[in-house]
Design a protein around this ligand. Structure first.
Ligand code: PLP
Length: 453
């Protein structure tokens, strides 16, 4: 029986990333409050938030310091924009802090409100810059199959997942997709990780040469693929990709929307995997998701172009109302302060061995073909036959079923395409909670095994 609130939900909402036909039958999971790494539904049932919401609530659900700073800023100056040279203290302070912790030399920060609009900005900046530099043909951007970069027209085009393109008339022209670096699923039999990485780098180089290097402007990648399956890169991958990009003067855009701010055991995934990034997109954990805020980190050469163009055109014609929202910036300043004061990176490094050990142990289960992660992010793949890696029929929905059983057990995980399941808990999780999270998922897997038989 659906509750009154559930019925009202069905009558009123279009949910993002939801099978809207099924939703009318099963209804929503309605959450009411959160505490630490737990969230509670309207019946009072608690769940470990094994996904930190959508890879974002890094400091958990009841951080009073963030609530306080938000309330304080709301009272003082709930809004001012930063158009036409207007500014405010939190926007400036946050930009200073971001520059300080950036993993590569950064000149300036451009704010937005979502990961999608940050990546949209990246696309526009690349086009704008190459027009300004008098090379209007250098515009193509290479992304990867199964990469995820958002849902706006440009960022959904960068995304390499069929559901984001089918019947949306995407991708737009000039966006190309190269191979997905998932060794378990796409390596040839007997191919080592290094060999696989070399093959993918060679494919990227062939693509650039085929298109003409003078037409290829940038490459975008997540250090760890999120929505594409919580996939860590194979050995040597980014080193080889860096070399190809440098050879053909192709900018590297690091999409740190998930991996930014400690997730991989360094402040940025760019450091963990040695990306030679020219520019970065950040969002999510920048405010521990307590406020929608994104930041594009801009290098000095790109910034210089923006200044020159402003002189020529009269303005930098880009930006949205909520760019640099004072409440978001104040929360982000406090979030970054907490990360540093509480040594969040040190904490991730301390608990990651337990997380990875429990994650990798899942591979002993008859349904789990692969289990792999880094820091506090990991993915598993459920398969029909571990020896051949044969998959279940997609429409059987085995990963989704394991997610539903996990929910019964009081755990939220994220089933993804290809029967993958992601784990990405709040960074504040402790070892006992990690054990409890995997105990609950192991019980869900046992039920899934009975169900598939
Ligand atoms: N980039 C990455 C790597 C993401 O994981 C996401 C969202 O999950 C986005 C971009 C888009 O961010 P948003 O949903 O805030 O638009």
């Amino acid at each position: 029986m659906l509750s009154n609130l559930a019925v009202r939900d069905i009558e009123t909402l279009v949910h993002p990333y939801t099978n809207l036909a099924t939703h009318r039958e099963v209804g929503p999971l309605i959450l009411e409050r959160g505490e630490g790494v737990f969230v509670y539904d309207t019946a009072g049932k608690g769940y470990i938030e094994g996904m930190a919401g959508l890879w974002c609530t890094s400091l958990g659900y009841s951080n009073e310091e963030l609530v306080e700073v938000a309330a304080e800023q709301m009272r003082k100056l709930p809004f001012t924009h930063i158009f036409s040279g207007r500014s405010h203290d939190p926007a400036i302070e946050l930009a200073e802090k971001l520059k300080e912790i950036a993993p590569v030399p950064i000149s300036k920060i451009f704010y937005g409100a979502s990961g999608s609009d940050a990546n949209d900005t990246q696309v526009k900046l690349v086009w704008y810059m190459n027009n300004a530099l008098g090379r209007p043909q250098k515009k193509k951007i290479i992304s990867r199959l199964k990469g995820y970069h958002g849902v706006t027209v440009a960022s959904a085009s960068l995304t390499g997942l069929p559901a984001n393109h089918t019947d949306f008339d995407l991708p737009i022209a000039g966006i190309l997709h190269t191979s997905c670096p998932h060794h378990y699923r796409f390596a040839q039999p007997g191919e080592t990780e290094l060999e696989f990485s070399s093959r993918l780098a060679a494919e990227l180089e062939e693509m650039i040469l085929r298109e003409g290097p003078e037409t290829v402007a940038a490459f975008i990648a997540e250090p760890v693929m999120g929505a594409g399956g919580a996939v860590t890169p194979p050995e040597g991958y980014f080193e080889k990709i860096n070399a190809v990009l440098a050879k053909y003067d192709v900018l590297f855009i690091a999409d740190e929307v998930i991996t930014g701010f400690g997730r991989t055991g360094n402040m940025f995934g760019t450091t963990t995997y040695g990306l030679k990034a020219d520019t970065l997109s950040c969002a999510k954990a920048i405010t521990s998701a307590y406020f929608p805020l994104s930041a594009v980190m801009i290098s000095e050469p790109i910034y210089e172009v923006l200044v020159d163009q402003s002189r020529k055109i009269g303005t930098f014609g880009h930006g949205n109302t909520y760019a640099g929202h004072p409440v978001g910036c104040a929360i982000a300043v406090k979030t970054l302060e907490i990360y540093q004061r509480d040594d969040i990176v040190g904490h991730v490094r301390k608990v990651a061995p337990k997380f990875l050990q429990r994650l990798e142990k899942l591979a002993e289960h008859p349904l789990v073909g692969e289990a792999r992660g880094v820091g506090l992010i990991g993915g598993i793949e459920l398969v029909k036959d571990k020896a051949t890696k044969a998959q279940f029929e997609a429409k059987k929905g085995v990963a989704a079923k394991s997610g539903a059983f996990a929910q019964d057990e009081g755990l939220i995980v994220r089933p993804l395409g290809g029967d993958r399941v992601a784990f990405c808990p709040p960074l504040i999780i402790n070892e006992a909670e990690i054990d409890e999270m995997f105990d609950r998922y192991e019980r869900a897997l046992a039920k899934t095994l009975d169900w598939v038989k």
